[in-house]
Write a protein that binds this ligand. Structure first.
Ligand code: SAM
Length: 247
Protein backbone atom coordinates (compact mmCIF):
# COMPACT_ATOMS: atom_id res chain seq x y z
CA UNK A 1 0.00 0.00 0.00
CA UNK A 2 1.80 3.12 -1.20
CA UNK A 3 1.48 6.09 -3.52
CA UNK A 4 2.71 5.29 -7.06
CA UNK A 5 6.36 6.21 -7.62
CA UNK A 6 5.30 8.52 -10.44
CA UNK A 7 3.50 10.88 -8.05
CA UNK A 8 6.37 10.96 -5.60
CA UNK A 9 8.89 11.87 -8.30
CA UNK A 10 6.62 14.48 -9.82
CA UNK A 11 5.92 16.26 -6.54
CA UNK A 12 9.65 16.42 -5.77
CA UNK A 13 10.34 18.32 -2.57
CA UNK A 14 7.07 20.29 -2.55
CA UNK A 15 5.85 20.71 1.00
CA UNK A 16 2.28 21.63 0.15
CA UNK A 17 0.65 19.30 -2.33
CA UNK A 18 -2.30 21.46 -3.29
CA UNK A 19 -2.81 24.86 -4.97
CA UNK A 20 -2.09 26.83 -1.78
CA UNK A 21 1.04 28.81 -1.07
CA UNK A 22 2.61 28.76 2.39
CA UNK A 23 1.05 32.21 2.93
CA UNK A 24 -2.45 30.94 2.16
CA UNK A 25 -2.00 27.93 4.40
CA UNK A 26 -0.89 30.18 7.25
CA UNK A 27 -3.77 32.58 6.59
CA UNK A 28 -6.22 29.67 6.75
CA UNK A 29 -4.82 28.64 10.14
CA UNK A 30 -5.45 32.16 11.45
CA UNK A 31 -8.87 32.41 9.79
CA UNK A 32 -10.30 29.33 11.46
CA UNK A 33 -9.19 30.67 14.88
CA UNK A 34 -7.30 27.67 16.19
CA UNK A 35 -6.81 27.71 19.95
CA UNK A 36 -3.75 26.43 21.83
CA UNK A 37 -4.36 22.81 22.79
CA UNK A 38 -6.80 22.13 19.95
CA UNK A 39 -6.49 18.68 18.40
CA UNK A 40 -6.43 18.15 14.63
CA UNK A 41 -6.87 15.02 12.56
CA UNK A 42 -5.60 15.43 8.99
CA UNK A 43 -6.63 12.63 6.61
CA UNK A 44 -4.36 12.38 3.54
CA UNK A 45 -1.93 14.70 5.28
CA UNK A 46 0.66 14.66 2.48
CA UNK A 47 4.04 15.97 3.59
CA UNK A 48 2.54 17.18 6.90
CA UNK A 49 3.02 20.88 6.30
CA UNK A 50 -0.38 21.96 7.60
CA UNK A 51 -0.14 19.99 10.84
CA UNK A 52 3.52 20.88 11.51
CA UNK A 53 3.27 24.61 10.81
CA UNK A 54 -0.02 24.96 12.68
CA UNK A 55 1.45 23.03 15.64
CA UNK A 56 4.34 25.52 15.64
CA UNK A 57 2.22 28.65 15.08
CA UNK A 58 -0.94 27.82 17.08
CA UNK A 59 0.33 25.26 19.63
CA UNK A 60 -2.13 22.63 18.53
CA UNK A 61 -1.45 18.89 18.43
CA UNK A 62 -2.62 16.22 16.07
CA UNK A 63 -2.34 13.21 13.82
CA UNK A 64 -1.84 12.97 10.08
CA UNK A 65 -2.64 9.85 8.06
CA UNK A 66 -1.28 9.25 4.58
CA UNK A 67 -0.93 6.31 2.25
CA UNK A 68 2.49 7.43 0.98
CA UNK A 69 5.50 6.14 2.92
CA UNK A 70 7.62 8.91 1.36
CA UNK A 71 5.13 11.56 2.49
CA UNK A 72 4.98 10.14 6.03
CA UNK A 73 8.79 10.14 6.24
CA UNK A 74 8.91 13.74 4.96
CA UNK A 75 6.25 14.73 7.50
CA UNK A 76 8.22 13.27 10.39
CA UNK A 77 11.38 15.05 9.22
CA UNK A 78 9.46 18.33 8.93
CA UNK A 79 8.11 17.92 12.47
CA UNK A 80 11.71 17.59 13.64
CA UNK A 81 12.81 20.69 11.71
CA UNK A 82 10.00 22.73 13.24
CA UNK A 83 10.47 21.34 16.74
CA UNK A 84 6.95 19.90 17.08
CA UNK A 85 7.65 16.15 17.28
CA UNK A 86 6.14 16.02 20.76
CA UNK A 87 2.79 17.25 19.44
CA UNK A 88 2.30 15.62 16.04
CA UNK A 89 2.09 11.99 14.93
CA UNK A 90 2.13 10.71 11.38
CA UNK A 91 0.59 7.35 10.56
CA UNK A 92 1.03 5.40 7.36
CA UNK A 93 -2.25 3.97 6.14
CA UNK A 94 -5.44 4.24 4.14
CA UNK A 95 -7.31 7.22 5.57
CA UNK A 96 -10.65 6.12 4.09
CA UNK A 97 -11.59 4.09 7.14
CA UNK A 98 -9.55 5.94 9.74
CA UNK A 99 -11.27 6.87 12.98
CA UNK A 100 -9.38 8.70 15.73
CA UNK A 101 -9.11 7.02 19.16
CA UNK A 102 -10.26 10.26 20.76
CA UNK A 103 -12.54 12.75 19.08
CA UNK A 104 -10.80 15.87 17.79
CA UNK A 105 -11.57 19.60 17.65
CA UNK A 106 -10.78 19.87 13.94
CA UNK A 107 -10.93 17.11 11.30
CA UNK A 108 -9.51 17.82 7.85
CA UNK A 109 -9.18 16.32 4.42
CA UNK A 110 -7.40 18.74 2.12
CA UNK A 111 -7.43 17.78 -1.53
CA UNK A 112 -8.18 14.07 -1.31
CA UNK A 113 -11.93 13.57 -1.01
CA UNK A 114 -11.65 10.40 -3.04
CA UNK A 115 -10.66 8.73 0.25
CA UNK A 116 -14.37 8.70 1.16
CA UNK A 117 -15.69 8.28 -2.39
CA UNK A 118 -16.33 12.02 -2.85
CA UNK A 119 -17.24 15.04 -0.75
CA UNK A 120 -20.32 13.50 0.87
CA UNK A 121 -18.56 10.31 1.92
CA UNK A 122 -15.47 12.16 3.14
CA UNK A 123 -17.55 14.48 5.30
CA UNK A 124 -19.07 11.36 6.86
CA UNK A 125 -15.62 9.81 7.42
CA UNK A 126 -14.33 12.99 9.08
CA UNK A 127 -17.40 13.37 11.25
CA UNK A 128 -16.76 9.99 12.88
CA UNK A 129 -13.65 11.48 14.53
CA UNK A 130 -15.06 14.91 15.36
CA UNK A 131 -16.23 16.04 18.77
CA UNK A 132 -19.70 17.63 18.95
CA UNK A 133 -19.30 21.26 17.91
CA UNK A 134 -15.97 20.60 16.21
CA UNK A 135 -14.92 21.96 12.83
CA UNK A 136 -14.37 20.20 9.51
CA UNK A 137 -11.91 21.49 6.91
CA UNK A 138 -12.49 20.17 3.41
CA UNK A 139 -10.23 21.07 0.47
CA UNK A 140 -11.93 20.55 -2.87
CA UNK A 141 -11.85 21.71 -6.52
CA UNK A 142 -14.80 23.49 -8.13
CA UNK A 143 -15.50 24.99 -11.54
CA UNK A 144 -14.69 28.70 -11.67
CA UNK A 145 -16.09 28.79 -15.19
CA UNK A 146 -18.17 26.22 -16.99
CA UNK A 147 -15.78 24.06 -19.06
CA UNK A 148 -16.65 24.52 -22.75
CA UNK A 149 -15.45 21.11 -23.96
CA UNK A 150 -14.14 17.69 -22.91
CA UNK A 151 -10.53 18.79 -23.52
CA UNK A 152 -10.91 21.43 -20.83
CA UNK A 153 -12.60 18.94 -18.48
CA UNK A 154 -9.67 16.53 -18.83
CA UNK A 155 -7.08 19.31 -18.49
CA UNK A 156 -8.68 19.96 -15.09
CA UNK A 157 -8.12 16.40 -13.79
CA UNK A 158 -11.77 15.48 -14.36
CA UNK A 159 -13.38 12.80 -16.51
CA UNK A 160 -16.83 14.38 -16.63
CA UNK A 161 -18.02 17.92 -16.07
CA UNK A 162 -20.12 16.57 -13.21
CA UNK A 163 -17.04 15.37 -11.33
CA UNK A 164 -16.93 18.82 -9.70
CA UNK A 165 -19.55 21.33 -8.59
CA UNK A 166 -19.31 25.02 -9.25
CA UNK A 167 -18.75 27.12 -6.14
CA UNK A 168 -22.46 27.69 -5.56
CA UNK A 169 -23.13 24.00 -6.02
CA UNK A 170 -20.39 23.05 -3.59
CA UNK A 171 -21.77 25.38 -0.91
CA UNK A 172 -25.26 23.98 -1.47
CA UNK A 173 -23.82 20.49 -1.16
CA UNK A 174 -22.34 21.33 2.26
CA UNK A 175 -25.63 22.89 3.34
CA UNK A 176 -27.51 19.83 2.10
CA UNK A 177 -25.30 17.62 4.25
CA UNK A 178 -26.28 19.70 7.29
CA UNK A 179 -23.22 21.94 7.70
CA UNK A 180 -22.76 25.71 7.84
CA UNK A 181 -19.90 27.09 5.75
CA UNK A 182 -18.24 29.39 8.30
CA UNK A 183 -14.93 30.30 6.58
CA UNK A 184 -13.02 29.58 3.41
CA UNK A 185 -9.70 30.21 1.74
CA UNK A 186 -9.61 29.98 -2.04
CA UNK A 187 -6.72 29.30 -4.39
CA UNK A 188 -6.15 31.75 -7.24
CA UNK A 189 -4.40 31.36 -10.61
CA UNK A 190 -1.06 32.43 -9.08
CA UNK A 191 -1.26 29.91 -6.26
CA UNK A 192 -2.29 27.23 -8.80
CA UNK A 193 0.91 28.11 -10.66
CA UNK A 194 3.00 27.56 -7.51
CA UNK A 195 1.57 24.03 -7.29
CA UNK A 196 1.85 23.07 -10.97
CA UNK A 197 4.89 24.88 -12.35
CA UNK A 198 7.55 23.59 -9.89
CA UNK A 199 6.68 20.10 -11.09
CA UNK A 200 7.82 20.92 -14.63
CA UNK A 201 11.33 21.80 -13.50
CA UNK A 202 11.36 18.76 -11.21
CA UNK A 203 10.35 16.53 -14.11
CA UNK A 204 12.87 18.08 -16.48
CA UNK A 205 15.74 17.68 -14.03
CA UNK A 206 14.65 14.11 -13.29
CA UNK A 207 14.52 13.31 -17.04
CA UNK A 208 18.02 14.69 -17.50
CA UNK A 209 19.27 12.41 -14.73
CA UNK A 210 17.17 9.34 -15.54
CA UNK A 211 16.83 9.14 -19.34
CA UNK A 212 16.53 5.34 -19.37
CA UNK A 213 14.05 4.96 -16.50
CA UNK A 214 10.84 3.07 -17.29
CA UNK A 215 8.86 6.26 -16.49
CA UNK A 216 10.96 8.49 -18.79
CA UNK A 217 8.57 8.24 -21.75
CA UNK A 218 5.55 9.11 -19.63
CA UNK A 219 7.29 12.05 -17.99
CA UNK A 220 8.57 13.31 -21.37
CA UNK A 221 4.96 13.39 -22.62
CA UNK A 222 3.72 15.05 -19.41
CA UNK A 223 6.36 17.76 -19.56
CA UNK A 224 5.22 18.70 -23.04
CA UNK A 225 1.49 18.49 -22.33
CA UNK A 226 1.11 19.77 -18.79
CA UNK A 227 1.99 23.48 -19.22
CA UNK A 228 -0.56 23.63 -22.04
CA UNK A 229 -3.21 21.88 -19.95
CA UNK A 230 -2.43 24.13 -17.02
CA UNK A 231 -3.36 27.20 -19.08
CA UNK A 232 -6.94 25.91 -18.93
CA UNK A 233 -6.71 24.67 -15.36
CA UNK A 234 -5.67 28.02 -13.93
CA UNK A 235 -8.60 29.66 -15.69
CA UNK A 236 -11.40 27.14 -15.27
CA UNK A 237 -10.64 25.23 -12.09
CA UNK A 238 -11.01 26.73 -8.65
CA UNK A 239 -9.91 25.12 -5.43
CA UNK A 240 -10.55 26.00 -1.84
CA UNK A 241 -10.61 24.85 1.73
CA UNK A 242 -14.02 25.17 3.36
CA UNK A 243 -14.53 25.34 7.13
CA UNK A 244 -17.76 23.69 8.27
CA UNK A 245 -19.69 23.59 11.54
CA UNK A 246 -22.64 21.22 11.97
CA UNK A 247 -26.00 22.94 12.13
C1 SAM B 1 -3.25 16.21 -3.30
S1 SAM B 1 -2.28 15.47 -2.01
C2 SAM B 1 -2.77 16.48 -0.64
C3 SAM B 1 -1.84 16.34 0.52
C4 SAM B 1 -2.04 17.31 1.67
N1 SAM B 1 -3.39 17.24 2.22
C5 SAM B 1 -1.72 18.71 1.25
O1 SAM B 1 -2.67 19.50 1.08
O2 SAM B 1 -0.54 19.04 1.07
C6 SAM B 1 -3.16 13.96 -1.74
C7 SAM B 1 -2.54 13.08 -0.68
O3 SAM B 1 -3.45 12.01 -0.46
C8 SAM B 1 -2.70 10.85 -0.17
N2 SAM B 1 -3.61 9.73 -0.35
C9 SAM B 1 -4.17 9.28 -1.49
N3 SAM B 1 -5.04 8.29 -1.24
C10 SAM B 1 -5.02 8.10 0.12
C11 SAM B 1 -5.69 7.22 0.99
N4 SAM B 1 -6.58 6.33 0.55
N5 SAM B 1 -5.43 7.31 2.32
C12 SAM B 1 -4.53 8.20 2.79
N6 SAM B 1 -3.86 9.05 1.99
C13 SAM B 1 -4.11 9.01 0.67
C14 SAM B 1 -1.52 10.94 -1.09
O4 SAM B 1 -0.44 10.13 -0.68
C15 SAM B 1 -1.21 12.43 -1.02
O5 SAM B 1 -0.28 12.71 0.00
Amino acid sequence: MDLPRHHTIREGDQRIVNPFTAEKLAALGRAVRLRPGDTLLDLASGRGEMLCTWARDHHISGTGVDISTVAVDMSRRRAGELGVTDRVTFVHGDAGGYVADQRVDVAACIGATWIGGGVDGTVAVLERSLRPGGMLLVGEPYWRLDPPDQETVEACHATHRDDFDDLTGLLRRFHGLGWDVVEWMLADPDSWDRYAAPQWLTIRRWLDENPDDELAGQFRAELTADPLRHVRRREFLGWGVFALLKR
